[in-house]
Write a protein that binds this ligand. Structure first.
Ligand code: ATP
Length: 514
């Protein structure tokens, strides 16, 4: 656990030191769970967004994008259920005065039991060596089965109490499990209460005509209310999708995990409209497609897993999360939800407007069903960044800090380094920068010995260093060094652009898991 915490601390401080993420309004001591993206962070974030948009919109003939407003008519949130049901169960510790999400306290308790299962598995794997069969072990080992049953019982009861709004039972569960305040160890809890996560604000200038509105807590509703506009003007035929990226706001109760849980964050969502009855098939397809997108980045298959929901939201007939192994364990990165016709039907009812599709194939009109893929851009950023940050032991006994961001997402693709600051080398290096900057973000660095510059670029996440030396003046060649392998190759200046392009091209990456 301590190791995980250390790693997470390193991620946070590295993100600041290398210009990726700053605390919001830091000079005023910051604002809780609100962050600013710095000069490198903004590029990484943009590249992740573009990578998603390319895969979801550009590569699908039947998916188009929109950019809806953050402020929407307040009835939207009545219809969607957010006014009445977008609540989290909160609990306060009377001694520490700290506030927690009651469900998260219980889930974290179960995660600890799960860690025990992992320990058993690791121990057995060591004992049995090559003959070890994990699946067989977890389905037969008495101790593991006991742990698993305990988890299932606890989570089953939590789901049931939340569904029945039986908050007294959620408190009883916390007390029975003897869950303590993780910060102080106190078990002196208040009752559990519901807390609405939407931020409200006023629209309009004068007090009597002002209208209560909300900052959107998800981007999805902007898609639903525009469903018919897009379908008609785009002459879209079912099945088709509408995608959107943009800010969402939630007044999260607990916000202590850096950019994992923010109060202002960005989502990348796609709502796929399908014929009623075909939703299960599409749900399965989108689960597969989205996992492939993640795997294309080469961040390790073992770092992802599906978590199929047992407790379904009021609008869903199936739901799963893609979880990622963050420095603090496996947590939700993306949600795939089969949302039925709940949203469109609700908007029909509240607006009095028909939101139906006329299907020319069988001359019928219906309210389509929806399969949603919803990923937090900031969470994806954290996944990429935390996985990329590595401390590597080198053959010569030293070590290096390297940020192995997939080259396609890296903010700066290459740094051009003159070996020395004289003899005409800076001029040649500058010329290379001038040429490359039309295609990629490149930087120029002439300060310090070249070895130190390599380390600096490694830690900043730059995939390629291009070194200009005295031989360059004779043979028009440079040394290109790969961040991940530290391999160096001599190439003609005229070939540099194509070489980098191949390595950072979205096509190269997206085709990896076709
Ligand atoms: P959680 O259970 O972690 O609160 P959720 O199930 O409420 O998340 P959704 O409403 O399904 O999340 O939102 C879709 C995606 O938006 C999530 O998978 C996550 O990546 C992202 N997301 C949700 N809330 C936040 C937040 N407060 N900060 C950053 N990203 C978020």
């Amino acid at each position: 656990m301590a190791k995980q915490e250390d790693q997470f601390k390193k991620v946070i401080s590295h993100a600041k030191e290398y210009g990726y993420i700053f605390q919001s309004s830091e000079i005023y001591d910051g604002l809780s769970a609100v962050y600013d993206y710095a000069q490198n962070g903004v590029e990484l974030k943009k590249n992740i967004r573009d990578y998603w948009w390319k895969a979801m919109v550009q590569m699908h003939e039947n998916i188009v994008g929109i950019d809806a407003s953050i402020l929407m008519h307040p009835t939207t949130w009545k219809a969607s259920g957010h006014v009445d049901a977008f609540n989290d169960p909160l609990i306060d510790n009377k001694d520490s005065k700290k506030r927690y999400r009651a469900d998260v306290l219980v889930e974290d308790y179960c995660a600890k039991i799960e860690a025990k299962i992992d320990k058993e598995v690791k121990k057995a794997a060591k004992r049995f060596g090559d003959a070890f069969n994990k699946e067989e072990f977890v389905s037969t080992n008495a101790r593991v089965l006991g742990y698993q049953e305990k988890i299932n019982t606890i989570l089953g009861r939590l789901a049931k109490s939340l569904e029945n709004e039986d908050l007294a039972d959620v408190k009883a569960l916390i007390e029975e499990l003897e869950i303590a305040d993780p910060l102080t160890g106190s078990k002196n809890w208040t009752d559990v209460k519901q807390f609405n996560l939407m931020f409200g604000t006023q629209l309009g200038a004068s007090a009597d005509s002002a209208m209560e509105v909300y900052l959107r807590p998800e981007t999805a509703q902007g898609i639903f209310v525009n469903f018919l506009n897009v379908q008609k003007t785009g002459r879209m035929k079912i099945p088709f999708g509408i995608a959107q990226t943009g800010k969402a706001f939630r007044n999260e109760i607990v916000a202590r995990q850096f950019i994992f849980r923010m109060r202002e964050f960005e989502q990348m969502e796609m709502q796929f409209f399908v014929k009623p009855g075909s939703q299960k098939e599409w749900y399965k397809k989108w689960k597969e497609t989205r996992l492939k997108w993640h795997l294309s980045l080469g961040m390790g298959e073992d770092n992802y897993r599906f978590h199929d929901h047992e407790k379904l939201a009021h609008y869903a007939d199936a739901a799963a999360d893609i979880e990622f192994k963050f420095p603090f364990g496996f947590k939700e990165l993306e949600g795939i939800h089969s949302r039925t016709d709940f949203d469109l039907k609700a908007h029909e009812e509240f607006s009095g407007k028909k939101l139906q599709y006329f299907d020319p194939e069988d001359n019928s009109s219906y309210v389509p069903y929806v399969v949603e893929t919803s990923i937090g851009l900031d969470r994806m950023f954290l996944a990429v960044f935390s996985k990329a940050l590595q401390e590597e032991a080198l053959e010569n006994g030293t070590s290096r800090t390297v940020l192995k961001i997939p080259a396609v997402l890296a903010p700066t693709k290459a740094a051009v380094l003159p070996l020395v600051k004289k003899d005409g080398l800076p001029e040649v290096a500058r010329k290379i920068v001038e040429d490359l900057k039309w295609d990629f973000i490149v930087s120029y660095d002439e300060k310090d010995a070249v070895g130190r510059r390599y380390r600096r670029q490694d830690a900043a996440g730059t995939p390629f260093c291009i070194t200009v030396d005295h031989d360059t003046l004779e043979d028009d060649s440079v040394t290109i060094r790969h961040r991940d392998t530290m391999e160096q190759k001599r190439v003609k200046i005229s070939e540099v652009k194509a070489l980098i392009k191949e390595e950072v091209d979205m096509r190269t990456w997206l085709l990896k898991t076709k």
